[in-house]
Ligand binder design. Structure first.
Ligand SMILES: Cc1cc2nc3c(=O)[nH]c(=O)nc-3n(C[C@H](O)[C@H](O)[C@H](O)COP(=O)(O)OP(=O)(O)OC[C@H]3O[C@@H](n4cnc5c(N)ncnc54)[C@H](O)[C@@H]3O)c2cc1C
Length: 440
């Protein structure tokens, strides 16, 4: 089945599962009804609850679901649909309030008993969204935010389900109780798969560091090899979660792109290049000395030219977003791929251009045109200066670009600019693929 059909299929299933509780409620509604506003409020609550339960499916790293969309797109859906669920969750008590519910219903400690867990879930949801929106302002580390997010999500879902069971228990609708039990079991299965399944698989297949070297641009390249197994295959542009805690179950899990060739050779070694950005990359990564044990959960991701037919490739990498481009180019070299490639490599200065010398050497081995672009460069610099803009693209894009594929990875402002500029320069938007390294 092609990827588009699969994407449509998964999206259809999502919509069906969101609406299913409404259909079931219609089916099992007692005769008479409770008034339009009341029913609308209940419906909003059901949609919110189904959407919140399905949020777990979007981040459970399920390969079959991720394949047509990409894990980063699923994380984007998780975020966007989380806000949509918040809208329905807000509408639920507000409509009931308009229908005569006492304001005490918002009190998780002193409200009516059947409403208390729902009220607790409501406030937890608001806290969860606020800490996501303002994580940096609240000075929460990513790890602290993630732990909070996970626990708050589980607790709020438990509270919301408990509230539905108490209310439905009173109105006595066995079909609804059975349906919500299935949703609860689905969440438990997704959490187990996400937190246990993948980690148990990783645990059986340890890796060890064989090299940890510094690179230009405040980065380090880790080379790892499998211990007692054959490792795994990947496609250039994909990534793995590096699990560098004491066990794979630790919270220390970071998504990092494969930086080496997908043609791994007999050693089955993998390379990752990591820029020093925060506590993990600054403090933990430099200390991973040869012999250190770690685990990998991968490969994941769809940011790979292997999925797209093209007669040539435009690669645009900014900062550490250059890592997938290195994997793509090394793989092309090792596979004897002679298609033309244009690499636009942006960095603040030539000194901070990770892999610059390697790309200059690769340009002599494959059909690569390498264009380094430094925002600030000393006199005598022969590359481009400034940022990648319309004029720079117009100077370098090939005439046959409509049949090329473009891959862009870098800081969010650069991705936004490229998504705007490339179609304006005659590069079809459907052929522009982006990868965002930041999650929240
Ligand atoms: C698909 C993908 C591929 C990536 N590939 C690379 C790569 O090849 N090289 C590289 O240097 N960086 C890569 N990153 C970014 C990398 O994961 C973060 O820079 C790294 O986790 C920073 O962690 P920290 O604790 O040092 O910094 P922090 O200051 O804690 O984090 C900086 C930012 O990184 C993100 N981040 C942090 N921890 C995680 C986590 N556990 N899971 C998801 N996002 C997190 C958050 O957006 C955070 O704001 C990639 C990210 C994604 C999503």
């Amino acid at each position: 089945m092609n990827l588009l059909l699969r994407a449509v299929g998964w999206s259809g299933l999502y919509v069906f599962l969101v609406l299913l509780p409404l259909l079931a409620a219609l089916w099992s509604a007692p005769p008479g009804g409770r008034g339009f506003v009341h029913e609308l409020g209940v419906a909003a609550g059901f949609v919110a609850l189904a959407m919140l339960a399905l949020e777990f499916a979007l981040i459970a790293r399920l390969r079959a679901v991720a394949q047509p969309f990409g894990i980063d797109a699923l994380q984007g859906f998780h975020r966007g649909l989380g806000f949509a669920a918040l809208g329905f969750a807000l509408a639920h008590p507000l409509l009931l309030l308009a229908d005569g519910m006492a304001a005490r219903g918002f009190d998780p400690f002193a409200g009516p008993v059947a409403l208390r867990p729902g009220a607790a879930a409501f406030w937890l949801l608001l806290a969860l969204v606020a800490t996501t929106l303002w994580r940096r302002r609240l000075r929460l580390s990513y790890e602290a935010w993630l732990a909070l997010h996970r626990w708050a999500a589980l607790l709020l879902l438990a509270g919301a389900l408990w509230h539905v069971f108490l209310v439905e228990g009173r109105s006595g609708a066995p079909l609804m109780r059975a349906l919500w039990s299935v949703y609860a079991l689905l969440v438990v299965a997704l959490v187990l798969q996400h937190r246990l399944g993948a980690m148990l698989r990783a645990w059986r297949r340890p890796w060890q560091v064989v090299e940890n070297r510094p690179e230009r641009g405040d980065a380090r390249t880790l080379v790892v090899e499998p211990v007692g197994h054959r490792g795994f295959d990947f496609e250039p542009g994909q990534f793995a979660w590096l699990l560098t805690g004491r066990t794979p179950f630790s919270a220390q899990q970071h998504p990092i792109t494969f930086a080496g060739s997908a043609e791994q050779g007999a050693s089955r070694r993998l390379a990752f290049t990591i820029k020093a950005l925060g506590d993990w990359s600054r403090e933990v990564v430099p200390r991973l000395a040869p012999g250190a044990r770690l685990w990998l959960d991968g490969p994941h991701g769809v940011f790979t030219p292997e999925r797209e037919p093209a007669i040539g490739l435009l690669l645009i990498g900014g900062g550490v977003g250059i890592t997938p481009m290195r994997a793509i180019l090394l793989t092309m070299r090792d596979r004897g791929d002679r298609r033309p490639v244009l690499l636009l490599h942006a960095a603040s200065s030539p000194e901070r251009m990770t892999f610059r010398e390697e790309f200059e050497a690769l340009a002599r081995e494959i059909a690569l045109t390498y264009v380094p672009v430094a925002e600030d460069a000393p006199a005598g610099w022969t590359g481009e200066r400034g940022r990648i803009d319309h004029a720079l693209l117009a100077r370098h894009l090939p005439p046959q670009r409509a049949h090329w594929q473009c891959f862009v990875c870098g800081p969010p402002p650069m991705l936004d600019a490229m998504e705007r500029l490339l179609p304006a320069c005659g590069f079809p938007a459907a052929r522009v693929h982006t990868e965002r390294f930041a999650t929240v």
